[in-house]
Design a binder for this molecule. Sequence first.
Ligand code: NDP
Length: 297
Amino acid sequence: MSAKIIDGKAFAATVREKVGAHVARLKEEHGITPGLAVVLVGEDPASQVYVRSKGKMTVEVGMASFEHKLDVNTSESDLLALIAQLNADPKVHGILVQLPLPSHLDSDLVMNSIDPAKDVDGFHISNVGLLGTGQKSMVPCTPLGCLMMLRDHHGSLSGMNAVVIGRSNIVGKPMANLLLGDSCTVTIAHSRTRDLPGVVRQADIVVAAVGRPEMVVGDWIKPGATVIDVGINRIDKPEGGTRLVGDAHFDSCAAVAGAITPVPGGVGPMTIACLLANTITACCRANGLAEPEGLTA
Ligand code: NDP
């Protein structure tokens, strides 16, 4: 293996430290405690785990955490009423509605009912538009985490060829916009892309956000390229039990790449750290205060 391992777990800890220091300053100098409200509808086990760990880390950095757990049968109007209440609450600077929502709820409608200034997931259509037009926005947490790691590793990304595999609204599209904002030449690949291995071989930066275990193999990687693996896939182990793998085949990619993020311990921890970063950014903007350096795009 020749690639440098980009340690997302360690990097996320430094981001949380920065956030914590800024929270302490906001409390001390301005008497403001940043607050994050997380809304969970239903009892999806994975979502429950995410919400629990978001709440724990929110408190660890000194912010206020407001958890709202609603019954799976909650009506759209009740959910919208709660969001309106959180939009109006001055103690709440960030609002996150955990996805996926039960199928009777319209996710787009719900996301677009959040005050864009408190939309720490960056999914509100206003924030999507602001990001797409290169204006100050709330940036989706997973791509923001990927960007932070890329900037940390490379310094400037200007002029690099980046291939993003995946065109979802949550990861692929905002990632491509962020890379474009940093002056990469960006290609977005997806399930209809012809000759995906040939497209990926052109890339100095590969971001894999596909949801297919170990699909990207070393033979596709240009020597020295940086591989950011967003995928989280649970697969069966031959000896029984399961393990987590990314969308890139780690060993074969690491043999060719210049740098690579592992799964677990790469992009995943950065996602929650960026949620906290977005909350402090939202809090500073709401209070007309300077934003902390290096915590947003
Ligand atoms: P989606 O399912 O919404 O999107 C997957 C994308 O991959 C689609 O654009 C799809 O193309 C494309 N795709 C599927 N199959 C292929 C293929 N064979 N070749 C090329 N492209 C393909 O997934 P998400 O973007 O939400 O998530 C992607 C991965 O990232 C998942 O593993 C998810 O678990 C993980 N994830 C991790 C996070 C973290 O914090 N680390 C956060 C969010 C997601 P098409 O549009 O043509 O169908």
